[in-house]
Each structure stands twice: as structure tokens, then as C-alpha cells.
Design a protein around this ligand. Structure first.
Ligand code: HEM
Length: 286
């Protein structure tokens, strides 16, 4: 198997021990190409092969029970999303452009964006735990049953139609889980890696860990980082797909239309306040 390149770069420490130092940077291209392949296959599948989506019937609530503008993301939640997005894009650009040939002094911009991401994620965890509906983003029993039924129907077997979604479809919940894994790993390792570079915040201490531990930390940071290339690519792709634009718009304006809500969501699984209350009064559901 000698023709396979190692995904990790190795070096010899002063005591002659071989230690990992980074991921191999060709993984940048592996991740970017995987992300692009996914979106090409998905776009072709949806355009030429997918059948129209079907859901099981839901008893329609009286129109007056649902506001014309269904509140989806509070202002605070939207601000978090866009600050985090900006930090994430800055992190990707500062980390990977120098590795593919565009040299600039990236480290300071990178750790500053890293701190912005860290603080905004800590805030998000606090906000989601006490103000938002914390459980709305985790898969529940209905999601899993429906996923099973969707797979059966995909392979041509008989199965009940899936239910309409709660606030978030299973795919979004799984994506959120992948972002927690990759983003969380990059954040935890990134904070420790700040001890390796000169920052104005605390004294540099490259002797905090052994060479082996540092190496593994850089490798985990790099793996999480390249994973985020594909994850962010796929996220932006879905955000600009025509049928998803109402969802993207709701991340800007905070609400989605009643029609879109009733088309995709089950009012029993995602309960919104009746019309007549201001959008912000229903934010605790968001
Ligand atoms: C979430 C997206 C992130 C991506 C894509 C990313 C990517 C990278 C990459 C590829 C490297 C080079 C690693 C190596 O040389 O092996 C790096 C280094 C580094 N990153 Fe990140 N990172 C992210 C988040 C963070 C965060 C949240 C922080 C801090 C809180 C951070 C702080 C650092 C530091 C201090 C270095 C070390 C620079 C050096 O030793 O020269 N990163 N990052």
C-alpha cells in the first residue's frame, strides 16, 4: 500500500522519537472535493430522480391559530448565527489559504477569529439552554421512526408516509451534531494551541504538553478544520437551494410564512402562538 500517502505529517523529536506534527495538507483537497461531489450528486438526484415529497396528513389548524409570519429565530439567535458564520469563514480562509499557496501572516487573525467563535458558541449554549427550546435540535423518536420509513420507501418497500417536521428536520439535527463534533474539537484544541503562539493574552508555553500530545492536538485540530470545509460547503449549498430559500430568509428576517410552515411542519410538533401576538412574544418556542 506504499502508494497511499499518509494523512499525517511526522517528524523526529530531539530524543529521536517519531511524533505527528500536522495533518497532510492534501486533505484540504479531499474535503473540498468531497463537499463539491456531495452537492453535485444531490443536485442531480433532486433534479432528475427524486419523487415529490409526501407527508402523512395533518389536521389543519384554523388559519387564525397561526400567525401570517411564523416566528422562527429570535434576533439574538440570528445575531449569533451570523457572528459565528463570519468567524467560521475567517477561520477557514486564514487557516487554509496559506496552505494552498497564498502566503500572509495569518496566525493572529486566526486566533482572534477563534476567540470570537469560542465566545459566541459559549453564549449560544447558554442562550439555547435557558431561553430557546433546547430539545428542538436533538433527534426524537418520531424522527427516527420516520427516517426508517423513508429508507423503506426509498428502496421501494411499503411503509407509512413520514410525518411533517417539528421545528427542525432530522437532516438539520444531524448536521448540527456534526458541527458540534467538528467545531467543538477545533475550539478545544485551538484554545490549547494558543499557548504555542505569541498572543497578548497570556505567556507562551510550548512546554505545556509533550511533543506527542501537541502533535496529536495539531492533528485533531487539522482534521476538524478540513472536515469543516466540507460541512460549510454543504451548508451554504443548502442555504441557496431554491426550495430552502424561505428557511434562509428566516435566518435574516426571523420569520417564515404561514404557508411554508403548514406545508413542511406539523403544528402539533412545532407549536407556535396564535395570530395576534407579536412575533417576538413567541420567541421562547424558537
Ligand atoms: C473552526 C474552524 C477552524 C479551522 C478550520 C482551523 C484550522 C486551523 C489549521 C488548519 C491550523 C494549522 C494547524 C497545523 O499547523 O497543524 C490551525 C492552527 C491554529 N488554530 Fe485553528 N482552526 C479553527 C478554529 C480555531 C479556534 C476556535 C482557535 C482558538 C480558539 C484556533 C486557534 C489556532 C491556533 C492558536 C493555531 C496554531 C498556529 C500555530 O501553531 O502556528 N483555531 N487552525
Amino acid at each position: 500500500m506504499g502508494f497511499l500517502k499518509s494523512p499525517v505529517q511526522w517528524a523526529t523529536d530531539p530524543w529521536g522519537k517519531v511524533v505527528p506534527i500536522h495533518i497532510a495538507w492534501f486533505l484540504i483537497w479531499v474535503s473540498a472535493i468531497a463537499g463539491l461531489l456531495f452537492l453535485m450528486v444531490h443536485a442531480i438526484y433532486v433534479r432528475y430522480f427524486a419523487r415529490p415529497r409526501q407527508f402523512s396528513e395533518v389536521p389543519a389548524p384554523p388559519a387564525s391559530a397561526i400567525p401570517a409570519h411564523v416566528p422562527r429565530h429570535s434576533l439574538v439567535a440570528r445575531l449569533f448565527h451570523w457572528i459565528m458564520a463570519l468567524a467560521m469563514l475567517t477561520l477557514l480562509v486564514t487557516a487554509f489559504l496559506p496552505k494552498v499557496g497564498f502566503q500572509f501572516p495569518w496566525v493572529t487573525y486566526h486566533w482572534i477569529a477563534g476567540l470570537v467563535l469560542t465566545v459566541s458558541v459559549l453564549f449560544h449554549i447558554f442562550h439555547a439552554s435557558f431561553w430557546l427550546d433546547f430539545w428542538s435540535i436533538w433527534p426524537d423518536r418520531v424522527d427516527l421512526d420516520d427516517a426508517y420509513h423513508r429508507v423503506l420507501r426509498f428502496v421501494g418497500r411499503d411503509a407509512p408516509l413520514p410525518k411533517k417536521f417539528a421545528k427542525y428536520p432530522l437532516e438539520n439535527k444531524l448536521y448540527h451534531g456534526a458541527i458540534i463534533a467538528a467545531g467543538g474539537s477545533a475550539i478545544v484544541t485551538g484554545i490549547f494551541m494558543m499557548f504555542r503562539v505569541r498572543t497578548a493574552l497570556f505567556p507562551r508555553n510550548p512546554y505545556l504538553f509533550s511533543d506527542m500530545t501537541w502533535g496529536l492536538m495539531y492533528v485533531l485540530h487539522g482534521l476538524a478544520g478540513v472536515g469543516l470545509i466540507a460541512l460549510v460547503t454543504v451548508h451554504i449549498y443548502f442555504a441557496i437551494r431554491p426550495e430552502k430559500l424561505p428557511i434562509t430568509k428566516s435566518m435574516i428576517l426571523g420569520w417564515m410564512s404561514r404557508d411554508f410552515y403548514l406545508e413542511e411542519h406539523d403544528p402539533r410538533r412545532w407549536i407556535v402562538r396564535p395570530a395576534g401576538r407579536s412575533p417576538n412574544s413567541a420567541q421562547t418556542e424558537a
